[in-house]
Design a protein around this ligand. Structure first.
Ligand code: PEP
Ligand code: MN
Length: 371
């Protein structure tokens, strides 16, 4: 059972105290408290876990701090929407807001290679008004002989440079719990010049021990990639692992599905699932056109397939774009052939904004037509 409290109910109010003392006395019911910070207000939600079938919803609704009681019958108890379109979504991290309505762009290096390329990337991003980026330090590779990323060794200079160029959030994949501690330590030693969003890659979507470990910390939000060969339901359940352990600041990333039918793209682009993820859950939805499409090839109209796929995702309401960028893609150690070029960034960002604005206009056209 999910209880939504009246907006901005203070923890030290009499209403909150009375509500909690009633709930704490229920037998075999555990109460978990979770704050959801929207752009206007903070909502406190209480999750009642355990023996809740016998509870009388009317009695609970009458508790002084409670505004709404929702019986949860579906999957994704914490992250799910449970057919309540008004359920608040979103969170703030290091001065950047993420929700199911807004948009953030994370262009950057698939893999950190050297300080010169990191600095040039960040310089171009700053010149284009960007405050978020992607930087791969720990790279899961198919081939054990391929470059595996610089790991913790690059973190001090990556974080320092990010701070120098005003970057607020870096999406960075981690493949082991120890990487989170390394990030913690490097950020602390550098004086917290920037923030990190922990990325769980498609090869680790169902690495449950990794999910549990990341879910137990709430310092960093999480970008969870959809598993490339499992059902959407299985991937959304993986996201729920993070929330169940305590971290509901999760963004869900579509990155294409592995199937021969996707050829000549690297993966079958799955951005038609954006509205589905939004209907089923409260997670902001990210698209990764680079790992979906995997090539810089262009259509006869002069636009690359990556740019077209990005537009398709944004028109459908994507909230974040994770895109590979490299100042010198021929020299990139990983995924150079799919990286955006510095000369393309201004047009890319203009196109992204146009598509997001068009999505908002599409919403306005259809507003009021819900049944
Ligand atoms: C990546 O974003 O660098 C990456 C490896 O993506 P994925 O896990 O989607 O393959
Ligand atoms: Mn890559």
């Amino acid at each position: 059972m999910l209880l939504i409290l009246h907006p901005d109910t203070p923890r030290d109010s009499e209403e909150y105290r009375q509500t909690m003392s009633f709930l704490d006395n229920l037998e075999n019911v555990e109460v978990r408290v979770h704050d959801v910070s929207g752009s206007q207000q903070t909502l406190t939600e209480l999750y009642l876990i355990g023996d809740t079938k016998a509870l009388d919803a009317e009695t609970i609704r009458a508790l002084p701090a409670v505004e709404r009681v929702i019986r949860i019958s579906d999957d994704y108890r914490i992250l799910g929407r449970h057919r309540y379109a008004g359920r608040q979504s979103g969170f703030d991290y290091n001065g950047v807001h993420f929700d199911q309505d807004n948009l953030n762009v994370f262009a950057g290096l698939c893999a950190v290679d050297n300080p010169e390329n990191v600095e040039e990337t960040l310089r171009v991003l700053k010149a284009n008004g960007q405050v978020c980026t992607r930087m791969g330090a720990y790279k899961p590779r198919t081939n054990p002989y391929s470059f595996q990323g610089h790991g913790s060794g690059c973190l001090p200079w990556v974080f320092e440079l990010a701070g120098k160029y005003g970057i607020r959030v870096i999406a960075m994949e981690v493949t082991h719990e120890a990487h989170v501690q390394e990030i913690d330590q490097a950020l602390a030693e550098a004086g917290q010049p920037t923030g990190v969003m922990l990325q769980v890659g498609t090869r680790n979507t169902q690495n449950f021990e990794l999910l549990k470990a990341i879910g137990r910390q709430s310092t960093y939000p999480v970008l969870l990639k959809r598993g490339f060969g499992i059902t959407l339901n299985e991937s959304l359940n993986a996201a729920e692992y993070l929330a169940y352990e305590g971290n509901a600041n999760v963004i869900f990333c579509l990155r294409g599905m592995k199937t021969e039918a996707g050829n000549p793209h690297r993966n079958m682009v799955d951005f038609a699932h954006i509205p589905v993820v939004k209907r089923l859950t409260r997670m902001p939805v990210c698209i990764d056109p680079s790992h979906s499409v995997g090539t810089r090839d262009k259509a006869p109209d002069g636009l690359s397939d990556i740019v077209h796929a990005t537009a398709q995702g944004l028109i459908a309401g994507a909230n974040m774009v994770l895109v590979d960028f490299h100042p010198n893609p021929e020299k990139a150690l990983v995924d150079g052939p799919q990286a955006l070029l510095p000369s393309e960034l201004p047009q890319f960002l203009e196109d992204v904004q146009l598509c997001h604005d068009t999505y908002q206009k599409r919403r306005a056209i259809w507003a009021g037509s819900e049944d």
